[in-house]
Every structure is written in structure tokens, then in C-alpha cells.
Design a protein around this ligand. Structure first.
Ligand SMILES: [Zn+2]
Ligand SMILES: [Zn+2]
Ligand SMILES: [Zn+2]
Ligand SMILES: [Zn+2]
Ligand SMILES: [Zn+2]
Ligand SMILES: [Zn+2]
Length: 467
């Protein structure tokens, strides 16, 4: 390499910026200007103009790249320079570029070092931008993740004293709990949490610090206090899910544990919290009556008799746990005193048989028939649930299972009545007209497609209603 001013400058740049990418054959290079602020810098992103934007604050901003090339006539002629940034506004970049050329104009000498110095100074004052820096959604997400990576890198290279074993360890072997900033070594946390989770001591999976343990115990008391769940705006159920079912340490944080331990934690935590909540608020919690499901359901409105299982979509009555039968039509009273096996037996005997008559004499003919019909419908319903006979509401799109067994559907969310067969909206006041009108394509098809024989089902299902 010739011993020209160009090569001299490249050599000194290499010494000052060991991370610079320099090319001595083309006398060019790229220097990354990192933008770090000891005080957090606000960033914002507005999804829609004139709405409340999202805010965050970060310490590391994505860097600015400075590119230069020294021509043969350098430093008598200026270097070619360019700036590359994923986020600095065009006007700011143009102004920066002009200020770099002014530096050469002032000195007419080797100026690359001065240019980099100038950029670093400008980075320190955020290039004159006023935080919070307004970003697009993609930029916002990128800034947040870039900052997180840089902070992690910074943390990894520092050293800390583990609050459990009191040993001085590299950040790389430690974990910091974001909420309280307490730091422990991974080895200690791994042993402690694995032991707790394996033993089923799920309540102990939180920051092991003394003050934090006290705080978690107080929060648990709050979970048993009805006042906690008095909400304005958001639904009570959402509030309960947030307060009761959010673990003190996120699953993301716990991901340093073996996956089977995390899965066990997740399962036991949800189960324990549900039982804990149910013991404090028995009216608010109910298990899905579909045996294969059994999902723990948190009720949003305790005054609503209709409960819909969010897992299997079974819509049922809170009193009798049968498939939803409409308000004030609970069959609980009818069914209560007739055991299910009697109903099953009754239906297995031929119509007008002596066996049937004997049971009718014992339980009362009308009552037994109604109870048997109701029970049969529930059995069919549960079979259909198992066979996934479900359809989407034509009005709101929510998926419902076929209710009451017939082809007249009612959306459990918006209460729109519609036909299961053709998807047509039904008259709210006279929903069965659709099946009774000879002109309708669904004439006499109310029970079509049901499990079991159709003749058996063409009987009236309730007094005052006949096909
Ligand atoms: Zn330790
Ligand atoms: Zn803590
Ligand atoms: Zn369910
Ligand atoms: Zn009921
Ligand atoms: Zn609907
Ligand atoms: Zn129809």
C-alpha cells in the first residue's frame, strides 16, 4: 500500500475504530455510529392519526451507518460520504450530510475522523430530534426489540451478586426479574423453581426475595376480595383473568427451565388458581358439564343463567347444566326427582308397553314424558357436540352448536335465530314458521339430520307446540 495521506488516514481510523469495516484497496469504509442514551428516550407509535399513541422508552436506538470513500485527489478534494439510517427523517439526514461536507470545507485536510466525531456528538443529542420520536408500527417494534437485545448484551457482560448463593457471577449466568429488578444466578433459580414445581408448590414460583414474597402474599389476599373485581369499562371476566390467572413470573421468563417443568407449572398454576378463585367466589366459577371437557369457566355475568364454555362452546343452563333451553324454562324441577337411569329405561321400552305404563303410573304420565323428552334431547345434544355439529351465526359469525337438537338455531352471542339447514334468518317472534311454511325449502325439516330415527322425533317437544 502506498504511503499516501489516504492510507495514513485509513490506518489511524483502524486504530481508533476497531469495529469499522475498512477496505484499503478502494480507500473506503463503513463506520457504525451507535446511539445510546443513559436516560431513556421516549418513542411513540400511533396506529391511527389523532388516536392515543403507544409509548415506550428505550436506551439503545438503532445505529446510524456512515460510509466514506477517499478519492485519489483527497484531501484536496472532499471525500464521498453517505449516511444510512432505518429511521432518521430524510430532512435530518440531508442536513447531517451537508454539515459533514462543511467540515471538509473548513479544513481542506484529512477529515474523516472529525466527521465521525461530529456524528457521535450529534447522536448524543439525538440529531436534534424531540422525543418522543414518532415511529411507524414496524419501526416501533424493531426499536423495542433492538433495545431489548442491546440491554441483554450489556447485562450479559456485567457482573452481579446472586441474592441466593451470594456469589459474584457474570450477567450471562444470571437472570433479572424485570418488575422488581432483583438478580439471581440461573443455577440457583433453576434448582429452586424446579424443586417447587416438581413438588407442586406452585404458590412459591415468584421472586424469592423477602420483600417480594410479602408483596405476592398481599396480592393473593387481594384476589380473595370481591372489591378487586368491581370494574368500570372492561368486563369482570377479563379483569379476573388478568388479576388471578397471570402468573407472578411470565412464561417467557420461566423459559430458562426445562420445557416439561414449564408445562407442568402452566397446568398446575391454572388449576390451582381456578380452585382458589372458585373457593372464594363459588358463584363466579363453574366447570363445563361436558364430561370430556370439564373446563373451568369464569362467568362474566352471575345474573345470566346461560353459560357458554369457551373451550368446547357447549351452551348450558347454570341451574340444571343441560343444554341451553331459554330463560325461565329450566327443567330442573321436572327432572330433579326422576333418576336418569329410569328415564333411559322408560325410553328403551316400546311405546304403549306395560313396562312404560308401570313407570307412568309411578311417576305421573305427563311429568315422566316431559322429563324423558328433555333428557333425550340433552343426550342427543351431547352426542352432537361430540360429532361437532356446529355452525356459524349468519349475523355475527360466532360458532354455535345446534341447540335444542332441532334445525332452529339461536346464536348464543347476538341471539339471532337462524336456520341450520339453509342459514336463513328466522323471524324472532315466529321462528318456526320457516319450517311450517309449505313454500319454504325447509318445510317439515325442523328435525332433519338428527341422530336417532326421525319418526321418534316428530313428536311435540313441548305442550302448545306442534308441527
Ligand atoms: Zn446463586
Ligand atoms: Zn423481587
Ligand atoms: Zn366445555
Ligand atoms: Zn336449566
Ligand atoms: Zn350471532
Ligand atoms: Zn331453512
Amino acid at each position: 500500500m502506498e504511503d499516501s495521506p489516504r492510507s495514513q488516514e485509513l490506518l489511524s481510523l483502524e486504530a481508533i475504530y476497531p469495529d469499522a469495516e475498512l477496505d484499503i484497496t478502494s480507500y473506503s469504509g463503513t463506520i457504525t455510529i451507535s446511539i445510546h442514551s443513559a436516560d431513556p428516550v421516549g418513542i411513540s407509535f400511533a396506529a391511527v392519526p389523532n388516536t392515543q399513541p403507544l409509548y415506550d422508552s428505550i436506551n439503545y436506538l438503532p445505529p446510524l451507518k456512515f460510509f466514506f470513500q477517499l478519492p485519489e485527489t483527497y484531501p484536496d478534494t472532499p471525500p464521498t460520504v453517505a449516511l444510512l439510517s432505518l429511521w432518521l427523517p430524510e430532512a435530518t439526514l440531508t442536513a447531517l450530510h451537508a454539515s459533514l461536507l462543511l467540515i471538509w470545507d473548513d479544513f481542506r485536510d484529512m477529515v474523516v475522523f472529525l466527521m465521525v466525531d461530529h456524528l457521535q456528538e450529534q447522536a448524543f443529542v439525538l440529531f436534534g430530534l424531540d422525543p418522543p420520536i414518532a415511529l411507524t408500527e414496524v419501526q416501533f417494534e424493531f426499536f423495542v426489540s433492538y433495545n431489548r437485545e442491546q440491554l441483554q448484551e450489556e447485562f450479559d457482560t456485567q457482573s452481579f451478586t446472586c441474592e441466593i448463593c451470594q456469589q459474584y457471577k457474570k450477567g450471562k449466568s444470571c437472570l433479572r426479574i424485570e418488575l422488581c429488578r432483583h438478580i439471581f444466578c440461573k443455577a440457583c433459580l433453576l434448582e429452586y423453581f424446579s424443586t417447587c414445581i416438581t413438588a407442586g408448590d406452585i404458590e412459591k414460583v415468584h421472586c424469592p426475595d423477602y420483600e417480594c414474597t410479602k408483596r405476592v402474599a398481599e396480592e393473593r389476599k387481594r384476589m380473595a376480595d370481591p372489591k378487586t373485581f368491581i370494574t368500570s369499562g372492561t368486563s369482570t371476566r377479563d379483569m379476573i383473568l388478568r388479576v388471578v390467572f397471570t402468573p407472578p413470573l411470565s412464561l417467557d421468563f420461566l423459559s430458562f427451565l426445562p420445557p416439561e417443568i414449564v408445562t407442568r407449572f402452566q397446568t398446575l398454576f391454572t388449576r390451582d388458581q381456578y380452585e382458589f378463585f372458585k373457593s372464594n367466589f363459588p358463584n363466579r366459577a363453574v366447570n363445563c358439564p361436558v364430561e370430556a371437557c370439564g373446563h373451568g369457566i369464569i362467568r362474566d355475568d352471575v345474573n345470566d343463567d346461560l353459560v357458554v364454555c369457551p373451550k368446547c362452546r357447549y351452551a348450558f343452563c347454570i341451574h340444571c347444566t343441560n343444554s341451553w333451553h331459554g330463560k325461565s324454562m329450566c327443567r330442573l324441577a321436572v327432572r330433579l326427582d326422576i333418576p336418569e337411569d329410569v328415564l333411559e329405561q322408560y325410553l328403551s321400552y316400546p311405546e304403549l308397553s306395560k313396562d312404560r305404563r308401570d313407570l307412568e303410573d309411578y311417576y305421573g304420565k305427563f311429568k315422566l314424558r316431559r322429563a324423558a323428552d328433555a333428557w333425550h334431547m340433552d343426550v342427543l345434544f351431547k352426542e352432537m357436540m361430540a360429532n361437532e355439529l356446529m355452525t356459524a351465526c349468519p349475523s355475527c359469525g360466532v360458532v354455535s352448536a345446534k341447540m335444542d337438537g332441532c334445525n332452529k338455531m339461536t346464536c348464543h352471542l347476538c341471539k339471532t335465530p337462524f336456520c341450520y339447514l339453509c342459514g336463513e334468518f328466522l323471524d324472532r317472534a315466529r321462528p318456526y314458521d320457516h319450517f311450517n311454511d309449505p313454500v319454504s325449502e325447509c318445510y317439515r325439516r325442523l328435525f332433519e339430520g338428527m341422530l336417532g330415527t326421525e319418526e321418534e322425533l316428530m313428536r311435540p317437544i313441548a305442550p302448545g307446540f306442534a308441527l
